[in-house]
Design a binder for this molecule. Structure first.
Ligand SMILES: O=C(O)/C=C/C(=O)CC(=O)CC(=O)O
Ligand SMILES: [Ca+2]
Ligand SMILES: [Mg+2]
Length: 404
């Protein structure tokens, strides 16, 4: 890739290998605009498109990413090539430079209108750990686990932008020793470090999307924290699955990394045994070498490897539509908690503290099994880019407020 006329250190957080899409405002009128993060700046893409005479000025001049998402793969590829040209060709500098804004000075927003939301369960390590804790004495993995990507429908209306405070949920819980359920603030509030995918190109009801259709339909990738109340969850989830223990809030990172930025991060997924049914097979690898990090109150507590996920996002998309369900622009689906095989690679506090039996000791002298009021969680990730560059996902953060 050619160099930018912006002074971009090789290890800059958002170099030309990433060029993620987001939505920002700069105070004043609060109007939101589409931008890309580049080094210490955000480039106002609507303004840059107008200044360069781009045919995509309307798409990029919109208040959010909805129109760009709906525009489809050929436009996504064209726009990404334009961004690289604007930022590298000195002939564009005079037109584009005035539309760079300090990244420190912007407010970032939920970048698109969320349609439906599905959360999967694709880490074998996470599923086996949770099985051992929630269903002791039984096989850790349920009999269906290796035949289909298990998921549930979540609550799209409570997907919130990174930085939104999370109010501790309240509800019913009943531990096996309690004679009756009790009501009150959750006492086992947890995180789930996940990777999210957003659908751009819709698909009609009655059809299905093949595994190989993934890059035609999915626009990009981001980080997601599926805040989870383990005490509410454990009492309510049989037989229909997660409900209020998950639906109070899900936080997402503000920068959407386009699928095209992840070509160098594509890897073979772990071997699948038994071989999945034909509709879950594809011709190209869609494992992704994303390296996550979870920080609790500033301290790194886990480094979950996304490359170890048993089911890929391409298989999940095929499964989600195999029954004839449609796809809408803005549909979000999440990978499921990312946990690797090692203890320091687990994506939830439930696993990191082994259900509270082995509390984490943080370097500041405090101990945690689950989240306390005031705790702040940050999830970040990087992935390999072309020619030794690094693709950055930025971060998804949230802080716990006391129950109301
Ligand atoms: O009952 C279980 O086995 C656990 C279910 C979940 O925690 C659902 C979930 O959010 C899955 C995930 O993120 O991997
Ligand atoms: Ca989850
Ligand atoms: Mg949630």
């Amino acid at each position: 890739m050619p160099d930018s006329w912006i002074d971009l250190p090789r290890d800059a957080e958002f170099g030309l290998a990433t060029l993620p899409y987001g939505v920002f405002s700069t105070g004043g009128d609060g109007a939101t605009r589409v931008g890309t993060a580049v080094g210490a700046h955000v480039l106002d893409l609507g303004a840059a498109a107008r200044a360069t005479g781009s045919p995509h000025a309307d798409l990029l001049g919109a208040p959010n990413l909805d129109a760009l998402l709906a525009a489809g793969r050929p436009v996504w590829d064209r726009v990404r090539a334009d961004l690289v040209e604007w930022l590298t060709d000195p002939a564009h500098e005079a037109a584009v430079r005035p539309h760079l804004v300090d990244r420190d000075a912007v407010r970032l927003h939920l970048p698109f209108t969320v349609a439906d939301y599905v959360d999967f369960y694709a880490s074998e390590h996470h599923a086996a750990n949770v099985g051992r804790m929630f269903r002791p004495g039984q096989e850790p993995l349920t009999p269906n686990w290796k035949h289909l990507p298990i998921g549930y429908h979540g609550r799209s209306g409570t997907i919130v932008a990174s930085g939104t405070d999370i109010v501790r949920p309240t509800g019913q819980r009943k531990s096996p020793d309690d004679p009756a359920p009790v009501f009150g603030p959750s006492v086992r509030l947890d995180i789930e470090a996940e990777v999210g995918f957003v659908v751009g190109t819709p698909a009609p009801m009655g059809g299905r999307v093949a595994v190989d259709g993934f890059p035609d339909h999915v626009f990009g990738v981001f980080l997601l924290n599926d805040w989870s109340s383990r005490d509410l969850q454990a009492w309510e989830y049989v037989p229909l699955g997660p409900f209020l223990g998950k639906s109070f809030a899900t936080s997402v990172s503000p920068w959407i990394v386009p699928l095209a930025a992840l070509e160098s991060a594509r890897v073979e997924q772990p071997a699948q045994d038994p071989e999945p049914l034909p509709y879950l097979r594809g011709s190209a690898p869609w494992g992704l070498d994303l390296r996550l990090e979870v920080r609790l109150n500033g301290h790194p507590v886990s480094r979950p490897p996304f490359s170890q996920m048993y089911w890929t996002a391409a298989q999940q998309l095929a499964h989600m539509t195999v029954n004839g369900a449609s796809l809408r622009t803005g549909d979000v689906y999440a990978s499921g908690t990312v946990s690797g095989p090692e203890p320091g690679q687990r994506g939830s506090l439930l696993e990191l503290s082994w259900s509270g039996k082995e509390p984490l000791r943080l370097p500041d002298g405090t101990e945690r099994s689950f989240l306390e009021d005031g705790d702040e969680v940050v999830i970040t990730a990087t992935a390999p880019g072309p020619d030794g560059t690094v693709v950055h996902f930025g971060e998804v953060t949230g802080r716990i407020l006391p129950a109301v």
